[in-house]
Design a protein around this ligand. Sequence first.
Ligand SMILES: NC(=O)c1ccc[n+]([C@@H]2O[C@H](COP(=O)([O-])OP(=O)(O)OC[C@H]3O[C@@H](n4cnc5c(N)ncnc54)[C@H](OP(=O)(O)O)[C@@H]3O)[C@@H](O)[C@H]2O)c1
Length: 215
Amino acid sequence: MRIGILGSGLMGGKLGTIFARAGHQVVFSYARSPKKLAGLARDAGRNSRAGTPAEAAREADALLLAVHWSRIADVLQQAGDLSGNLIVTCSLPMNAGNTELVVAHTSSGAEELAKMVPRARVVSAFNTVPSEVLFGVYEAGHKPGRPSLLYCGDDIGGKAVAAELIHGAGFHPVDAGPLRIARYTEPFALLVAQLAYEGEGGPELAYRFERFGKI
Ligand SMILES: NC(=O)c1ccc[n+]([C@@H]2O[C@H](COP(=O)([O-])OP(=O)(O)OC[C@H]3O[C@@H](n4cnc5c(N)ncnc54)[C@H](OP(=O)(O)O)[C@@H]3O)[C@@H](O)[C@H]2O)c1
């Protein structure tokens, strides 16, 4: 598949690298320095390159949206017309300090995003996992006992693509239902982050993801 990365930070940089290593064509876009994008593309191998958000979106089979909530409007504007595009979003609707969800209970970041790009197809995925475990899970992916990863959305074809990407990244894809289920998966993602970064045992807990299936 051709995959455009909108936001090449912790999540976008790692997932883009994994997608490229898994054989997809990847365009890394949207970082503060073009040098960083070029470095990511170099490290990810010959299936990847750096580009603008508009280049990442052009003819992409899937776009990974991985920016802070405050950057969503800007990156979408730079990407241009996304009619018909599949957007797999791992972005959580966090406040500036990353301490609270700014959308919750009666809606979700994923649903608000779908309203911003009504002609695109939105699937929520990859946000219930800390970025630190991504390479380890991918590398262990050929073994049995994969960790599960939730995804949700309203577009059946888009969900099939997301499930393929999740599986290719080393996880077992779990269909959590329609996009409105992001109202529950987004707060769950915060619980995972709390356990991973601040819970008893600190960051070590994040790495349990890689061992879940093997216990
Ligand atoms: N990190 C996690 O473990 C995790 C887990 C679950 C969900 N999420 C969600 O995933 C999303 C991305 O998180 P992340 O941790 O990957 O964030 P991040 O590392 O900060 O990445 C965001 C990307 O946006 C770029 N960016 C920010 N401001 C920009 C600007 N003004 N112009 C151009 N590019 C700009 C950053 O550029 P630079 O590379 O130059 O900084 C970076 O590449 C967030 O919504 C977060 O809530 C993250």
